[in-house]
Design a protein around this ligand. Structure first.
Ligand SMILES: N[C@@H](CCC(=O)N[C@@H](CS)C(=O)NCC(=O)O)C(=O)O
Length: 215
């Protein structure tokens, strides 16, 4: 690594998503691994500018810059960081492949269901058509985590960071009461100092933008 990592986020977002904007995944990974990083912002109003679309073609955040490399998709960015730091992913083939499968599983078997479930729930339908799908995924994850503390390699990895960030969405976390192992797991992973720092830093980042915009 030749230059410090740069994590791109928005300069400002409305109150609702604060603390949940996905740059937090990258901040958290850097805090866990001690990788130095800087935060740069694109103005929320400039998210469809050619400069930002060159970094993130869907006009979203986060993006990660590491020297000549610029990456989008929080999962891809996390895997890049995990390739940089053994703290996030073991180097032995078994530990590495377990970490990779659980990163993909967090994105593709849990978040693929939980985000649309959450989104549909915002309009408070009498029944959420994705309820059964979500519950079946949570039940299977509960079975896994009732047998172990971490998803992969018998230790904390980037897969736990990602899974806990997916599970901590407010309405989803409230639903974890039916899954004691999953609830304990989420609480345990979120209790890590690196998460608390990343979370506070993100809140401070957006609060600073409020102050700047009020001038
Ligand atoms: N799959 C993308 C999703 C990124 C995403 O949803 N970013 C949100 C912030 S957390 C965003 O930029 N939303 C604004 C928008 O979609 O216009 C990733 O994981 O990086």
């Amino acid at each position: 690594m030749t230059s410090p990592l740069t994590i791109w986020t928005y300069d400002w977002v409305p109150q609702g998503p604060r603390g949940h904007v996905r740059d937090i995944r990258l901040r958290w990974a850097c805090e866990e691994s001690g990788l130095p990083y800087t935060i740069r912002s694109v103005r929320f109003e400039d998210r469809t500018s050619p400069e930002h679309l060159a970094r993130q073609p869907f006009a979203q955040v986060p993006a990660l810059q590491d020297g000549e490399i610029t990456l989008f998709e929080s999962g891809a960015c996390l895997l890049h960081l995990a390739e940089t730091s053994e703290i996030l992913m073991p180097r032995d083939p078994k530990g590495r492949s377990e970490t990779l499968e659980w990163v993909i599983s967090a994105l593709n078997s849990i978040e693929m269901v939980s985000v649309p479930w959450w989104f549909i729930g915002l309009s408070k339908p009498p029944e959420n058509p994705l309820e059964g799908w979500l519950q079946s995924r949570l039940a299977r994850l509960e079975a896994v985590l009732s047998r172990r503390q971490y998803l992969a390699a018998d230790r904390f990895t980037v897969a736990d960071l990602l899974m806990a960030d997916i599970l901590r969405v407010k309405t989803l976390r409230a639903a974890l009461g039916d899954y004691p192992a999953l609830e304990a797991y989420t609480n345990r992973i979120l209790d890590r100092p690196a998460f608390r720092k990343a979370h506070q830093d993100q809140l401070d980042h957006f609060a600073a933008a409020d102050a700047a915009r009020a001038k």
